[in-house]
Structure formats: structure tokens, C-alpha cells
Design a protein around this ligand. Structure first.
Ligand code: SF4
Length: 122
């Protein structure tokens, strides 16, 4: 799913991802983004509607505010580093319903078996 984002929303998301475990108070995020609370609240509501953050009510610094908790995670390419597919000549023609298929690919099988550690876990 492709979502249209403003530059400010993208910056907000990058910052939010640094706090993916516990979230961040919205006022802290506005401060880091250099925007007013009005503009920041508008961004937070838009991100919540897109399912990117959860706005959780919280009492902090002697007043009620919102903590923005990311509902998305940063992906790592580490688990697929070294996989044969990105550099394979069949990359664009390989698929489950195609002549060339991952189900019978020796290169893929060898790479997967090479990922297995001595305890037998992938
Ligand atoms: S599964 Fe095998 S044939 Fe298919 S893209 Fe990966 S390496 Fe190439």
C-alpha cells in the first residue's frame, strides 16, 4: 500500500521510529520538528488516521497530553543479506507459478541451508 506523505510527515515518522518501543510525548516531537503545537497536532491526527501512530493520553509535566506510539517498525535487510535472488538473472521471471520457481531452486536451498547455525535453527 502506497501512502502519500508530506515532507514533514516523513520527518515525523523517521523521528518516531527512533522511539518505537515506548513512543514520544507529542510536545517533544513538535520541538524536534520545529513546528507549532497546532501544526504538530494536525500531523499526529493525520498519522493516526493512516495507522502509523497511536495517540495515547498521558499525564506528564503537570498536564494531560498525548504520547505518540509508532505502530510501524523499521525493517532490517540483515535477515536476507547474501540471498541469491537480488543478483539472479531469473529475478524477474521466477515465481511460484512460473517455470523457474523458488520451490526447486538449488541456489536458494543452498543459501537457506548455509543460514542454519549449529543448533539446527535458521
Ligand atoms: S529463487 Fe532461485 S531462481 Fe528464483 S530468483 Fe532466487 S535464486 Fe533466482
Amino acid at each position: 500500500m502506497q501512502m502519500k506523505m508530506t515532507k514533514l510527515e516523513e520527518r515525523a515518522i523517521k523521528l518516531l521510529l527512533k522511539y518505537e518501543d515506548r513512543g514520544i510525548l507529542q510536545s517533544e516531537l513538535w520541538h524536534k520538528l520545529g513546528v507549532t503545537s497546532r501544526e504538530g497536532s494536525r500531523i499526529a491526527i493525520k498519522l493516526e488516521k493512516k495507522g502509523i501512530v497511536k495517540r495515547v493520553k498521558e499525564f506528564a509535566n503537570d498536564r494531560w497530553t498525548r504520547r505518540l506510539v509508532p505502530l510501524i517498525k523499521q525493517l532490517s535487510v540483515e535477515p536476507i543479506r547474501g540471498a541469491p535472488c537480488p543478483s539472479c538473472t531469473h529475478e524477474n521471471t521466477c515465481g511460484l507459478d512460473k517455470m523457474v520457481t523458488p520451490c526447486t531452486c538449488v541456489l536458494l536451498e543452498e543459501w537457506i541451508l548455509g543460514q542454519t547455525d549449529t543448533s539446527g535453527q535458521v
